[in-house]
Write a protein that binds this ligand. Structure first.
Ligand SMILES: [Zn+2]
Length: 316
């Protein structure tokens, strides 16, 4: 029989999860598995998905960002501190993506913080290939530790998942075998995903892509596409009129008609540019969405982005 205090703890966990609405579909409480031995919190949804995949029943996974939130503009909520207070592990990307999470996490005694992206991904914000006469988008980019969007490369995702398996095993050694064997199976899926993406986009190799912000540099690099410019030189901030004008001129000169926008950032500028060049806006999703069955896991989100790229480039 379970004691009254254990019951109260479980009830409290349910209440906290319900108020979080966290990574579960909006408004629905996340299921709390009574067998879970480790409570782990991810900053963004793709990392939460990896926690679920690797953690299985042994990990109670939570996510700080809710659908529609961007890590670039996120302001922590009181419930974020609450959930971190119960957790053993905080899983971040690092590389300057979520400084707010690190600040929050370091204030919690005994919480392990793991940054899966630290030290991997060699792209700076200005290191992708540029050509003479291209838009210079270095100005104002504010990712001092290099481009932090490493999770959007399946190749780098494999390294991140390996690190996650190691972190879970250190935090919960009794279940290390389970974490490692799940990560091995999942890494095979990630490797297959990379092959699939390269094959699907091979037709468009060398094509130049205009995105909302610099989220997809690593992904485009992996599949042989070249990032041309981002609409938002500062992620989450609207660009200047002068910058947009230069971008529109460049797109007209090079007959680039598709603007890739993102669900978490304002589509205003993308819409204006697309109508200026007589083109279209196509969505790429760097974070996924638990409420959308087409993007509710990392693998599905990446396949969605692959199809969106093919669609956006195919019509030009
Ligand atoms: Zn970003």
């Amino acid at each position: 029989m379970r004691s009254a205090s254990a019951f109260t703890t479980t009830l409290m966990a349910l209440v906290i999860c319900a108020s979080l609405s966290g990574c579960g579909p909006r408004g629905r409480p996340q299921a709390v598995d009574r067998r879970a031995t480790l409570i782990a919190v991810a900053t963004i949804y793709p990392l939460y998905d990896w926690l679920r995949v690797l953690g299985g029943d042994e990990v109670e996974a939570h996510c700080l960002l809710r659908p529609g939130d961007s890590p670039h503009t996120y302001a922590p909520q009181p419930q974020d501190a609450q959930i971190l207070g119960r957790a053993a592990l905080l899983v971040m990307v690092g590389k300057g993506l979520e400084p707010w999470a690190e600040k929050l996490g370091t204030s919690v005694a005994g919480l392990r913080i793991i940054k899966l992206g630290e030290g991997i991904g060699a792209l700076g914000d200005d290191e992708y290939e540029r050509h003479e006469g291209d838009i210079d988008q270095r100005a104002g980019h504010d990712h001092p530790e290099g481009n932090p969007h490493v999770w959007l490369s399946p190749r780098l995702a494999i390294m991140m998942v390996e690190r996650l398996a190691e972190a879970l095993s250190k935090a919960d050694p009794a279940n290390a075998d389970a974490y490692y064997s799940r990560s091995e199976a999942y890494i095979r899926e990630l490797a297959a995903l990379e092959d699939e993406m390269k094959a699907r986009l091979a037709l468009y190799r060398g094509r130049r892509v205009v995105t909302c912000h610099a989220a997809f540099d690593y992904l485009l690099d992996d599949v042989g596409l070249a990032l041309q410019a981002s609409i938002q030189p500062y992620p989450g901030k609207e660009p200047s009129a002068r910058y947009l004008e230069a971008l529109v001129t460049w797109m007209r000169e090079h007959n680039v008609k598709t603007v890739f926008a993102e669900p978490q950032l304002s589509p205003k500028a993308a819409n204006v540019i697309a109508s200026e060049v007589g083109g279209k806006v196509v969505i790429l999703d760097p974070l996924g969405d638990p409420a959308d069955p087409g993007r509710d896991s990392y693998l599905k989100m990446m396949r969605y982005n692959t199809e969106q790229l093919a669609y956006g480039l195919g019509g030009e």
